[in-house]
Design a protein. Structure first.
Length: 343
């Protein structure tokens, strides 16, 4: 039950209730001063929950500010200003990477060395002191730092023309340096690739994860494609390198298991911002284009409800069923059949 619904329930029924440690007053015993104090507490509590659920905005691309063609005296002037705008954007993106790394390092320095996760290697578990914001920050810093050398060299060599190239090689671009067109194209490409992957899967394996001839290898290849984890070049070549799952697939699974845990602990996926909600859905193979926040929040809540399990192996089996099934065909109840293998 969200804090909004809890407050409404207590208020309408005339009950004195407590949710998450906060007491919600009833309408039958009004107290203006007390109500103001409770509202202030609730607002502060909501702000903390939102801050703990959403990573810093510096992990997202900065605004791309360029002049329009009408604001420039000539085409040449427009092109010069356009190039300067992109260079400024990329510089701000690179600065954000170092700022995020510094922010993460500050958090890690306060932790015991035995619990401190590595930036270079995928962490196995969510540290006890981590919020969801910390967990996502760790993974995004890791992603961006690993791509910094290649992208930095590219920016150094071709400068303002980088924007013309990155659309075709966006996997080497840090999150903070992705232009809006690149982000939009990636989302469209991902959803098209997912449709193609499911179309091919359903031809051979009509029952998805529960098909008698379904194997972990087939499931992994499908997930690498449908979640757009591996490059689409492998689709054209018609095969997936044997080590791709170990390098990229397992990392995504580790992140999602930790992220699911953090979201369940947070209690309300709708505390996520619009951008973070959309990103969380895409990371789980949920189409986002054309959907409202309410629809995406419902799908994410359904994912969390269906995959929740205390046993890690059981949780991965549940995730396999959902990743091999389109969201509109997901089970409605939690007691659904899972395969005897895991990802």
């Amino acid at each position: 039950m969200s804090h909004r619904l809890a407050w409404r329930r207590c208020a309408l029924l005339g009950e004195q209730g407590s949710v998450w440690g906060f007491t919600y007053p009833s309408l039958s015993r009004p107290s203006p001063l007390g109500f103001i104090q409770q509202s202030s507490q609730l607002g502060h509590f909501t702000a903390i929950k939102t801050r703990n659920a959403n990573p810093p905005e510096s992990t997202l691309p900065p605004p791309l500010e360029v002049l329009s063609r009408d604001e420039c005296e000539s085409k040449m002037h427009y092109l010069i200003q356009l190039g300067k705008g992109y260079v400024r954007f990329y510089k701000n993106g690179l600065k954000a990477i170092w700022a995020n790394r510094k922010l993460l390092r500050k958090k890690l320095d306060k932790m015991p060395s035995s619990e401190r996760p590595s930036i270079l290697f995928p962490p196995w578990d969510v540290p006890a002191t981590f919020t969801r914001a910390d967990w996502v920050l760790l993974w995004r810093v890791r992603h961006d730092v690993m791509r910094l050398p290649i992208f930095g060299l590219m920016l150094l060599i071709i400068g303002e023309f980088t924007a013309l190239v990155v659309i075709y090689v966006d996997r080497v671009v840090p999150y903070t340096c992705r232009i809006p067109k690149q982000v939009r194209n990636a989302a469209e490409r991902s959803e098209k690739r997912r449709r193609d992957a499911f179309r091919e899967l359903q031809v051979r394996y009509r029952d998805g994860a529960l098909s008698t001839d379904m194997t972990p290898a087939v499931a992994r290849r499908h997930i690498l494609r449908s979640l757009d984890i591996a490059g689409n070049m492998w689709d054209r070549l018609g095969f997936m390198p044997p080590g791709m799952w170990r390098v990229k697939g397992q990392s995504r699974m580790k992140f999602l298991e930790g992220d699911d845990q953090c979201l369940v602990d947070a209690g309300d996926p709708l505390e996520l911002s619009t951008v973070e909600l959309s990103t969380a859905c895409r990371e789980r193979g949920i189409d986002t284009l054309g959907k409202t926040d309410s629809q995406l929040g419902g799908l994410l809540s359904q994912w969390l409800r269906l995959t929740r399990a205390d046993n890690p192996a059981e949780r991965r089996r549940r995730m396999a069923v959902l990743m091999l099934t389109r969201p509109e065909e997901w089970p409605q109840k939690r007691d659904f059949t899972v395969p005897d293998w895991e990802l």
